[in-house]
Design a protein. Structure first.
Length: 116
């Protein structure tokens, strides 16, 4: 094993060791809550779409093609936001991109909850 590989392996081990020894602060729990809450709400929106589509089909004349387009609308947007988030993380850092993304998500969630 070369020196570069040995340094890489030992530095990875030391980083994981530091992560294991670092105490969880209130800010860590806050970031964890944001990350898990956003995933929960994304799943909830897809599930509620599955509930809403049959009701929409009863009330309106929606063709199977339109049902497919509505259902597939989540995919391209998720991919586009993932690419934009990756570019933002490269340019401004992961932490700043993560916080900016969640700030926008919270703003949109408030708008939906307030009905505006």
């Amino acid at each position: 094993m070369s020196d570069v590989q040995q340094n890489t392996v030992s530095s990875k081990a030391s980083v994981f060791g530091l992560l294991d020894e670092t105490p969880m602060t209130a800010m860590h729990y806050y970031y964890w809550l944001l990350a898990s809450g956003r995933t929960l709400l994304d799943g909830f929106s897809v599930a509620s779409l599955g509930i809403a589509i049959p009701l929409l089909r009863q009330e309106m004349t929606i063709t199977p093609v339109l049902v497919g387009l509505i259902g597939s609308a989540f995919g391209p947007w998720g991919g586009a936001w993932a690419m934009l988030g990756g570019i933002a993380a490269d340019r401004i850092g992961r932490k700043h991109a993560f916080i900016a993304g969640h700030g926008d998500y919270r703003r949109r969630l408030r708008a939906v909850c307030n009905g505006s």
